[in-house]
Design a protein around this ligand. Structure first.
Ligand code: ADE
Ligand code: ZN
Length: 327
């Protein structure tokens, strides 16, 4: 599947860091990352809470804009190699200056510079979705939304929320999402990964998002499935992540095919690929093996992703052209 052009809408920039990249930086900077890696060099964690802890521990080496410039390039290189032509990455002021707007501008400039280089050299386009982190609470989300609004432009196009879905409810973050909406940022939030169908309902009603990160637990509620289909709310589904973290017990029982068959706009992403030993190519290979997804379905899913992308229409048209089968 590497040769089919692919579009990824749900990728955490820090979570996509190759372990060797993080280890290299740790060595350069003399940072101790005990407990972050297994003996074979992969990221070490068991379950979602520990995953978030390892994820955040690994970011200790990402100390400034230059590190994020290098990270962005390393991640895009990895994605371009998998045939990805367009990526939306979650980027967070929490890891980039701690919510300070002046610092954040420097980080954004560094990531944008890397994105421009990757576009020139590898033909991959990157857009940034600024994310607040749910377990940091609603007050911490406000400076994140301000950072997002102040840097909205060609590169920063969206606002979202990741983190521990068991903390509070989506509506607690309405202030930050309202602020981002007023700045004309496009909106998504992690929902229905851990919080059930109720969390997805809250996301659409209380945060008025137009896409849902994961959203796979929507399958519990047929009325919600109908709603998502009818209102064309796209799901950023990451099956490999869901299986690795235990959201779904295995690929066979993952609801992605049921959701797609019900008319929900389903897109496919990797979330935090090295953590889950996956790539976007592997996701599609597994979907082909498990649910018989032929090339035609893969192409259709990527067209859905292009339509749901938080980009301008000229970029969208360019992506849709690239997705046309060669004749
Ligand atoms: N941050 C990185 N990966 C995440 C996930 N799968 N869910 C919530 N927050 C995340
Ligand atoms: Zn995610």
């Amino acid at each position: 599947m590497t040769d089919i052009p692919k579009i990824e809408l749900h990728l955490h920039l820090e979570g996509a860091a190759p372990p060797a990249f993080i280890r290299g930086l740790a060595q350069e900077k003399g940072v101790n990352l005990d407990g972050v890696f297994n003996e074979d060099g992969s990221y070490r964690f068991e379950g979602f809470t520990q995953f978030l802890r390892t994820y955040e521990a690994a970011t200790a080496v990402l100390t400034g804009p230059e590190e994020f410039r290098r990270l962005t390039l390393a991640v895009l290189e990895q994605s371009a190699y998998q045939g990805v032509i367009y990526t939306e990455a979650f980027i967070s002021p929490n890891f980039c200056g701690g919510g300070d707007l002046g610092a954040w501008r420097e980080y954004v400039a560094a990531m944008e510079e890397a994105a421009a280089q990757a576009e020139r050299e590898m033909g991959i386009t990157l857009r940034g979705i600024v994310t607040c982190i749910r377990h940091e609470g609603p007050d911490a989300a406000k400076p994140d939304a301000i950072c997002a609004a102040e840097t909205k432009g060609d590169f920063v196009t969206g606002f979202g929320m990741g983190g521990d879905e068991s903390m509070g409810v989506q509506g607690d973050f309405a202030y930050a999402f309202d602020l981002a909406r007023e700045a004309e940022l496009r909106l998504t939030t992690h929902a229905g990964e851990w919080g059930g169908a109720a969390s997805v309902w809250q996301a659409v009603r209380d945060l008025k998002v137009e896409r849902i990160g994961h959203g796979v637990q929507s399958i519990e509620d047929p009325a919600l499935v109908d709603y998502l289909a009818e209102h064309e709310i796209a799901l950023e589904v990451c099956p490999g992540s869901n299986v690795a973290l235990g959201v779904a017990p295995d690929w066979k029982s993952h609801p992605v095919e049921k959701l797609r068959a019900a008319g929900v706009p389903v897109t496919i992403s990797t979330d935090d690929p090295p953590f889950f030993h996956t790539t976007l190519t592997r996701e599609y290979d597994m979907l082909a093996d498990t649910f018989g997804w032929e090339d035609e379905i893969v192409r259709a899913v990527n067209i859905t992703a292009a339509k749901a992308a938080f980009c301008d229409d000229a970029t969208r048209d360019r992506l849709l052209k690239k997705l046309e089968p060669a004749s």
